[in-house]
Design a protein around this ligand. Structure first.
Ligand code: UD1
Length: 340
């Protein structure tokens, strides 16, 4: 049984990926300092899989503590590195926090992979690396533009660090560029747990509908899109999670065509903010309280994926449509409310 270290295992995408890995026969350990996540999510993972996962509460910016985890687990076959800060607005206000946290942690984990000869590495990247693209869909070969935020820049630099480490022979690597992950596990035990007021669209919608937030804002209705709101590629978090398992399969079967490969993980469909709200209102049979506000600084107008490379080379085929994404997100929000 292959042992995989997941960093950020208590986070939104990390926790869903752990479930997928366990269901596909992997042995998993996690490192998460819980600075932006809730360790209770491990109970949700156990409720779905019947397995208890060990989480090391370690800050990856601390090299000695990180190295100690590898010393205790000398049989790690692969690392999936999720742990990072991801709030675009916060990164604009405090860029050094993002450069320090996201880059130092990555360097430390790559160093450990080198010292302990870990052969496979998967990096959580983002469509944010494309900046404001000239056209969509974007393919993996679309030119990367200047990042629109310090957060986005840490993903661009992160990709370079991983790619050049792979070129130097430290490991074989996969960069996964997520578009907009949303939704929750259909069994309902895990989902997104935003700390404080949610910055992302779907938790803002569900928290408003349940009454945690009085009203939500649509940031801009005067963009050059079909209804004036921004266009994004929403993709179910379980589809994103499964792509990590497939990336590990490809790495361990040595099918890589290059030491470092990159894949877009999006559904291939672009939806406007108003379309997402309409879909939510339809599946939840509620009327959402929203108002139109000014454009949010740093927002890209339109971006959606060409996902053919992931379909072809990873055999990755997204299974959830927008209705299912919104339904599972809504079920999760209602369940959280019941636990109160
Ligand atoms: C951005 C990044 C993504 C990153 C994510 C992390 C880009 C293209 N995408 O996603 O890579 O992983 O942040 O947080 O840079 N919206 C509202 N009202 C709200 C919240 C959002 O109208 O209360 C709108 C936004 O203006 C945007 C869309 O909803 O048009 C999606 O926003 P959000 O969920 O925050 O994700 P991105 O900004 O696309």
């Amino acid at each position: 049984m292959q042992k995989i270290l997941v960093t950020g295992g208590c986070g939104y995408i990390g926790s869903h990926t752990i479930v997928d890995l366990i269901e596909n026969g992997y042995d998993v350990i996690s490192i998460d300092n819980n600075s932006r996540s809730n360790p209770e999510i491990m109970q949700g993972i156990a409720a779905i899989t019947g397995k208890s996962i060990k989480n090391y509460k370690v800050d990856l910016c601390n090299f000695e503590e990180t190295q100690a985890v590898f010393q205790e687990n000398t049989d790690i076959d692969g690392v999936i590195h999720f742990a990072a800060f991801k709030a675009v607005g916060e990164s604009v206000e405090n860029p050094l926090l993002y450069f320090n946290n996201n880059i130092v942690s990555l360097i430390n984990i790559v160093k450990c992979c080198d010292i302990f000869s870990v052969p496979h590495f998967v990096f959580s990247s983002s469509c944010t690396v494309y900046g404001n693209p000239d056209e969509s869909p974007v393919t993996e070969n679309t030119q990367l533009k200047k990042a629109t935020s310090p957060y986005g820049y840490t993903k661009q630099v992160g990709e370079e660090i991983v790619e050049q480490s792979a070129a130097a022979g430290i490991f074989n690597a996969t960069l996964l560029r997520y578009f907009n992950p949303v939704g929750a596990h259909p069994k309902g035990h895990i989902g997104e747990l935003p700390i404080g007021k949610p910055a992302n669209l779907v938790p803002a919608i569900t928290q408003t509908a349940i009454g945690k937030l009085p009203q939500m804002q649509v940031f801009g209705n005067d963009y050059p899109t079909k209804d004036g709101s921004c266009v994004r590629d929403y993709i179910h978090v379980c589809d994103i999670a499964h792509a990590h398992t497939l990336a590990l399969h490809r790495l361990s079967k040595n099918k890589q065509e290059e030491a470092c490969e990159v894949f877009n993980l999006g559904s291939g469909n672009g939806y406007t903010v108003f379309e997402v709200i309409d879909t939510f209102e339809k599946i939840s049979q509620t009327k959402l309280n929203f108002s139109v506000a000014a454009r949010r600084p740093g927002d890209v107008i339109t971006i959606f994926a060409n996902n053919e490379k992931a379909q072809e080379k990873l055999s990755w085929h997204p299974r959830f449509n927008l209705e299912e994404m919104m339904q599972t997100a809504w079920n999760w929000e209602k369940q959280l409310d019941n636990l109160k």
